[in-house]
Structure formats: C-alpha cells, structure tokens
Design a protein around this ligand. Structure first.
Ligand SMILES: Cc1cc2nc3c(=O)[nH]c(=O)nc-3n(C[C@H](O)[C@H](O)[C@H](O)COP(=O)(O)OP(=O)(O)OC[C@H]3O[C@@H](n4cnc5c(N)ncnc54)[C@H](O)[C@@H]3O)c2cc1C
Length: 340
C-alpha cells in the first residue's frame, strides 16, 4: 500500500451490512466501516474524515444500538471494539475502550476479587459502559473507574485527555460523556493488579476474544465465549462464585442470549417506581408482534428480532409501548437504546 494511502482507504471495509455489528442483527449496508486497533489509527481516521468532510459515528459492540435500514452513504461507522488493550501499570489496570465489560469479571475471578462479578455476561465494551454507566443490580460501572481517557472531537488536534471518575457526573445510566463530543479510549480501574499469573491470563484472553468472540456482534457468540472461559478457569481450580452463577441463571431464564436484541429498550422511571418491564406486563403487551419483531414474552422491556426484523419494526413496537404507558400510567418512557 502506498505511503500516501489515506486512513479511510487503509482502515475502512466497504459496503458492509451494519447488522453484523449490532447484537440486534439489524442495519443496512454502510459504505464505510472501520475497526481501528490503536488510538493512532482512530485519530488518523478522525483527521481524514475531517479533511474530506465526511461525518462519522462511533460505537462499540452495538449491543445498545438500533442501526438504520438505510444508512447514510457518506457516514463512516467506527467501532472501537478492537481497541482492546489491558495494561498493568503502577499496580493498577488500564483497560482500553473496546474491551468487553464481561472480561473484567474474569479479571476479578483470576485475581481473587468479587468487585467485578457484576460485569459477567453484561454485553458491550467498556467505553460504552462508561458512556451509559452500565449497571447490573446495584453495581454500576462508575464504581470501578478511577480515571477516564478520552478524545475531545470538538478540538481538531484529537489529543487524548483525562478526567477523574469523580468529575464524570455519573448517575443512573448517565455520564458527562453523553453531553459532550468526547470519545472514551480507555480507563484506569480502581482494581489493583493481583499477580503475575493474573497479568498473563488477562493478556492471553484478549487475542482469544478477538479471534473467537468479537465478530460478528452476536449474543450467542458472546455467551458461549465467556461461559467457556469460566469453565476453563474451573478446570484450573478457579471456581466461579455464586454471584456469577446467579447471573447465568438470571440471564438465561430471561432468554437474553437466545434472540438478537439490544437488552432493555427503555430506561426505568425511578420516580414512578415500577420497572418498565412490569408495566408492559400489566398492559398485556408481552408477545405483541410486528413484522419480524416481538415484545419478549419473557421480559416486557425487551423487543426481540425474531425473524429478520427491520429497524422500523422495532420502532413501531417502541411506539406501541410508549403510547400505552403514557395513556395508562401518565408518563412517556425514555428510550435506553440509541437510535442511529
Ligand atoms: C441481552 C442484553 C442485556 C443487557 N443487559 C444490560 C444490563 O444488565 N445493564 C446495562 O446497563 N445494560 C445492559 N445492556 C445494554 C448494553 O450492555 C450496554 O448499554 C453497553 O454499555 C453497550 O455497550 P456497546 O459497546 O455495545 O455500545 P454500543 O451499543 O455500541 O453504543 C452505545 C452508545 O455508546 C456510545 N459509545 C460507544 N462507545 C463509546 C466510546 N468509546 N466513547 C463514547 N461513546 C461511546 C455510542 O455512540 C452509543 O451512543 C444489555 C444488552 C443486551 C443485548
């Protein structure tokens, strides 16, 4: 390749269906899709897009995104899911934005800590987990973050800056990153490095994930990779704690990995005090179908792609739920999934 090849030419796949990059399995063909593996390549892409006047869209594993059936032809779709570096530095962990959150639970397991158990089988990458302040039960991603590293896309130099977790305005499914054009590239965790064995184990996991788990963005792939790793650790005498076994039980009983989905479609309204899934159940909407989509019979706040659904089918069912909740309970639920 010539020295003058642009970053877009060098790094973009062409005419690729976005459906392979979202756990919804929905999304039409994009003209440009890039999966940079280093921050240098990521910034080179931004610079090239800026020079050529092309808009871009950043995402991770696509487990909280509804891509359009007909993406804009000019847009460069940039997934950070191959930006997966884990570094032990000064006794702490630095973790790149594309690392799956679920990998952190194995970091905890291999280091004898229960602080990271809640990330087990939580789909998506750490960058988006910080952006969304992803949570499971009462534990949130912000509990384990020390410092976040990000690129401010409004400054044309695209240099990496840092912000302490205490200044990130974390709240329920909220962070400062939702209010600024800041792209997270990694974070230091509060979790101490445990041992040389733990470092070696974690550095062997990253290439295994890249090779076997990360593509396509599919929930069965994701589930079988992390379940397999837990079994492999058990074979070495490191047994998963009850908290992780409970997560397997909960997520499999709710059929989280059986059909393409993006998890909960709406944020819970804590002022109202009843989970959206329960309200949908009270409204007898579970099992409602439209096109190839269905409101999950197992979890009222999930809409599944059961048979080649289109983005418009999912949006139709979201509208059905929104109108029914507004009519009966008097509020408009806020979407959790990001509609691109
Ligand atoms: C079966 C299932 C169960 C789920 N259960 C839970 C749960 O228990 N708790 C929970 O909180 N969530 C849950 N989710 C949702 C999902 O796990 C989280 O929202 C996760 O953080 C999404 O990560 P992602 O990499 O897939 O993000 P994407 O879907 O790729 O992106 C989501 C948003 O983050 C932005 N973004 C992505 N990367 C970055 C970055 N590096 N910097 C800045 N912005 C970025 C994107 O622009 C987009 O707006 C579930 C999803 C599924 C499919």
């Amino acid at each position: 390749m010539s020295l003058h090849t642009s970053a877009i030419e060098r790094l973009c796949l062409r005419d690729i269906p976005l459906s392979s990059y979202s756990t919804y399995g929905i999304g039409g063909a994009a003209n440009y899709v890039a999966l940079p593996e280093t921050v240098e390549d990521l910034t080179a892409l931004y610079q090239d897009c800026q020079t050529k006047g092309l808009p871009w869209y950043n995402f991770g594993m696509g487990s909280n995104i509804l891509f359009p059936d007909h993406p804009e032809r000019d847009r460069v779709f940039i997934s950070l899911k191959r930006l997966t570096e884990l570094r032990a530095e000064n006794g702490k962990w630095f973790v790149s934005a594309g690392t799956p959150m679920s990998m952190l639970s194995l970091m905890g397991l291999s280091g004898g800590s229960d602080q990271l158990d809640f990330t087990f089988l939580l789909p998506g990458c750490l960058g988006a987990g910080i952006y969304m302040n992803a949570k499971y039960n009462h534990r949130q991603i912000c509990d384990i973050i020390d410092t976040v590293y990000y690129i401010d896309l409004s400054s044309s130099s695209f240099i990496v800056q840092s912000i302490p977790a205490g200044e990130c305005d974390f709240a329920y499914k909220q962070s400062i990153f939702q209010h600024h054009p800041w792209i997270i590239v990694g974070a230091d965790l509060k979790i101490p490095v445990h041992s040389e064995e733990q470092i070696q184990y974690m550095s062997s996991l990253v290439p295994a994930w890249k090779e076997r788990g990360s593509h396509p963005s599919s929930l069965p792939h994701f589930f079988s990779f992390f379940l397999g790793e837990v079994h492999a650790l058990a074979g070495k005498g490191i047994e998963a704690p009850q908290s992780m076994l409970d997560i397997i039980k909960y997520r499999t009983s709710k059929k989280h990995f059986d059909y393409p989905s993006c998890g909960s479609v709406f944020k819970n309204n804590y002022d109202y005090g009843v989970a959206i899934g329960s309200l949908v159940e009270q409204l007898h909407l579970k099992g409602t179908e439209h096109g190839g989509a269905i409101i999950s019979p197992h979890h009222g706040n999930m809409i599944l792609n059961q048979n080649h659904a289109k983005a418009s089918d999912i949006q139709y069912l979201m509208q059905v739920i929104t109108e029914a909740i507004d009519r009966k309970f008097g509020f408009v639920p806020e979407p959790e999934i990001v509609i691109v």
